[in-house]
Design a protein around this ligand. Structure first.
Ligand SMILES: NC(=O)c1ccc[n+]([C@@H]2O[C@H](COP(=O)([O-])OP(=O)(O)OC[C@H]3O[C@@H](n4cnc5c(N)ncnc54)[C@H](O)[C@@H]3O)[C@@H](O)[C@H]2O)c1
Length: 342
């Protein structure tokens, strides 16, 4: 049994507690939160789980093997480092930290202590993203020309992070998983419509050496919720609508063929292909359940999580670069990524 302590029981923490509590091979031993009101909710729902407002109680408990942190991003580094120093395995919510320097320090500390460091980039564990990965990595899409995402809704306005850190973070991890390639440059424009608050709307463009281009439109100021991704390849194209109850992913046998044949110079040089559409069956397992089980398995076997600290760090680097570009009105920022992909 892996004994888990959860820190932070606000909006997301309850999802972690529910999933860990229902996993075979794990128990939630303790929940820590600064708010007595939140702890009261834990006690009513899970009478067997201990609660504390002092995180030290959880860290000094030798029976706790792992700590899962679902507090605001600004607290991730301090709590995460304290957990590693107490020799706990660590689950950090996305984004991993506020700065890449902090992320790098956590990766180094986890490796030094041989602790599992899992970053909860939840989308990577969805049936939809796994299926798209299968299609792209298996070559059925051909060369990936573009990735175009719209992730907008009304709120929730965050006080400590901008909309790139809150919403584009999901696309950054999905892109990393699907393409297996890190962008070389980013250009972002964005705005805060309310002085003194973080940017609430942003358009981010990522450039890749392979020629793929990705565009991510994120906003907390849209009248409707949209979660749509289009991926265009040289052989096929994908649409992914996360709000569809079923058939979230559709694969279209559509595309264009160009010819350079000088004989055909006077003919139309582009041919359009339109074939069938396939809506593949997706694994409906809750992403957090799959991620939670993977975390526990990694602790038990010593394996490295798919969404490990290196991925977390790459994503934080992208958030930093995109935010810098946004603050310089869209100036292209080069990304010099030194970390290994593992
Ligand atoms: N993976 C996902 O899809 C997903 C979705 C939503 C939120 N998140 C992430 O989860 C984290 C928490 O977000 P949220 O929306 O639940 O925030 P929240 O503000 O609703 O909840 C945070 C909780 O942490 C507690 N807290 C704050 N500082 C603390 C400290 N130092 N010690 C103990 N408790 C403390 C607060 O009292 C609160 O109950 C963020 O990193 C966020 O990005 C991830």
């Amino acid at each position: 049994m892996v004994n888990i302590g959860v820190v932070g029981y606000g909006y997301w923490g309850p999802n972690l507690v529910r999933n860990f509590a229902e996993l075979g091979g794990a128990t939630v031993a303790c929940v820590a939160d600064q708010s007595e009101k939140q702890l009261d909710l834990v006690r009513r729902r899970y009478p067997a789980i201990r609660t504390t407002s002092n995180i030290q109680d959880l860290l000094s408990d030798a029976s706790i093997d792992a700590v899962a942190v679902a507090t605001p991003v600004s607290t991730h580094f301090d709590i995460g480092m304290a957990a590693l120093e107490a020799d706990k395995h660590l689950w950090l919510e996305k984004p991993m930290t506020e700065t890449s320097a902090q992320a790098r320090a956590l990766v180094a500390e986890a490796e030094r202590r041989q602790r599992v460091l899992f970053v909860d980039h939840t989308f990577v564990y969805t049936g939809a993203v796994r299926k798209m990965g299968e299609v792209i990595k298996g070559g059925a899409l051909g060369r990936v020309y573009y990735y175009d995402s719209t992730r907008v809704n009304l709120g929730l306005f965050q006080r400590d992070v901008n909309v790139i850190s809150d919403l584009a973070v999901h696309d950054f991890s999905i892109l990393d998983y699907l393409l297996g390639e890190h962008p070389v440059a980013v250009s972002a424009s964005g705005i805060n419509h309310f002085p003194g608050t973080p940017e609430n709307l942003a358009y981010v463009t990522l450039f890749y050496d392979s020629g793929t281009i990705a565009h991510v439109n994120v906003s907390w100021l849209a009248p409707v919720k949209v979660r749509q991704i289009l991926i265009g390849g040289s052989k096929k194209m994908i649409t992914y609508d996360d709000l569809e109850p079923s058939e979230k992913v559709k694969i279209y046998d559509k595309g264009v063929d160009f010819t350079d044949d000088p004989e055909k110079i006077y003919e139309m040089r582009v041919g359009y292909r339109t074939g069938d559409m396939l809506a593949p069956k997706l694994d409906g397992t809750e992403a957090l359940r799959r991620g939670g089980q993977h975390f526990v398995d990694c602790i038990q076997t010593g394996a490295v999580p798919e969404t490990n600290g290196h991925l977390g760090l790459r994503v934080v680097e992208l958030i930093e670069a995109a935010t810098r570009s946004m603050q310089e009105k869209g100036k292209t920022v080069d990304i010099h990524h030194q970390e290994k992909r593992s």
